[in-house]
Design a protein around this ligand. Structure first.
Ligand code: SAH
Length: 216
């Protein structure tokens, strides 16, 4: 387990200030960003730059999202303490920890075994305990549904029907939709089969991988 120093805390406070300037308004989200030691999620060669607003490789061809993207998605979720959240794409677990800091109960799915194993082992060592699942995000977790909120942290070519089914009425899903670039999309479930859609700017994610590409 790595070290969290006053210097790191100072850099996080600066990062939160920067995100506020960039338009993140929720104090809870900014506090969560200030709380999670992002430098511990990175390969040691990147530690010095952990609190800059950039994405980094985390192995298995995947990336830890930019802090602004994490804050932006989290803010759109309008989380309340105790809400049940499904996260698709555990990756490094950084976004997972931000959700936990917001007081959510997090169910997180990763489809790459190496990343799943690494993050499932690492997160508890720094005090974060979501429920981890190795599986396919397109299918979600029907057994644990419905969820108050659903967040997808990879670029999705389509909105998976299974995930719409697993959202509570009144619930919100945040999904980056698109192929090369993605449009951040908020889906609100108004009634059993009725949805409202709002689009927010363009972002860039690694792709949400489909079943056929399972290589492990
Ligand atoms: N939230 C992560 C970002 C990870 S990048 C973080 O903060 O680090 C997206 C992640 O989605 C990758 O780890 C990738 O392996 C995973 N992923 C891709 N397709 C998936 C699928 N169908 N189901 C679950 N996870 C998937």
């Amino acid at each position: 387990m790595g070290l969290d120093t006053y210097r790191h805390k100072g850099l996080r406070r600066q990062l939160a200030g920067f995100l506020k300037e960039k338009g993140i308004e929720s104090d809870e989200v900014l506090k969560a960003i200030e709380a999670v030691p992002r430098h511990l999620f990175l390969n040691s060669s990147f530690i010095e730059r952990a609190y800059e607003d950039i994405a980094f490789p985390i192995g298995s061809g995947q990336t830890i999202s930019r802090p602004h993207t994490v804050a932006f998605q989290t803010e759109l979720l309008e989380l309340k303490k105790g809400e049940k959240v499904l996260e698709i794409g555990t990756g490094s677990g950084y976004q997972t920890c931000v959700l936990l800091e917001m007081g959510a109960k997090v169910y997180t799915i990763e489809r790459q075994k190496a990343l799943f194993d690494l993050t499932k082992t690492f997160l508890p060592t720094i005090g974060y305990n979501p429920k981890f699942f190795y599986g396919d995000g397109y299918k979600g977790l029907p057994v644990f549904s419905p969820f108050d909120k659903i967040i997808i942290t990879a670029g999705a070519p389509i909105i998976p029907d299974a995930l719409l089914d697993q959202l509570k009425v009144g619930g919100i899903m945040i999904i980056p939709l698109g192929d090369k670039v993605q449009v951040m999309t908020l889906i609100k479930k108004i009634a059993a089969k009725q949805f409202e859609k709002v689009e927010y700017g363009e972002f860039k994610f690694v792709p949400l991988l489909e079943n056929k590409e399972w290589g492990d």
